[in-house]
Ligand binder design. Structure first.
Ligand code: CO
Length: 136
């Protein structure tokens, strides 16, 4: 059921600051504009790599789940890993059948397709995002 790695999510206090080393040290120019995802309490931008993306996320609005993460990791750090799946509802059913804990219901993610999150306790401490592969 598991498709390719889509992105690694990095929580940061400031996307504006966080893109700087990618530009300066790696010379990467292909970085998306920062957009808000109010339903998830984040703003995000993608650093486009040859085979995957780095998703930079910063808190947006009140009670952002990222605030809590940044309280523990003030300079930012690796927040989640995202893999693609064909069908989010099938993936959810599969994961639940295998005993994994899914956090909430499928919702629209940063790529405009449905995503779910799997509790870090099921992956020795790493939060896992599963997203439906975009159709285009
Ligand atoms: Co993500």
């Amino acid at each position: 059921m598991l498709g390719p790695l889509n992105h690694v999510g990095i929580a940061v206090p400031s996307i504006k600051e966080a893109v700087k080393p990618y530009r300066k040290l790696f010379g990467i120019k292909d970085i998306t504009r920062t957009k808000a995802l109010p339903a998830q309490g984040v703003r995000f931008a993608f650093v486009n790599l040859a085979n995957a993306q780095i998703e930079l996320i910063e808190p947006y609005g009140d009670n952002s789940p990222i605030e809590k993460f940044l309280a523990k990791n003030p300079k930012g750090g690796q927040h989640h890993v995202c893999f693609e799946v064909e069908d989010i509802y099938k993936a959810k059913a599969h994961m639940e059948k295998k005993g994994a804990t899914i956090l909430g219901e499928p919702r629209i993610g940063a790529h405009g397709t449905l995503v779910i999150f799997v509790h870090p306790k099921d992956f020795t401490g790493t939060l896992i995002e599963l997203m439906e592969t975009p159709k285009h």
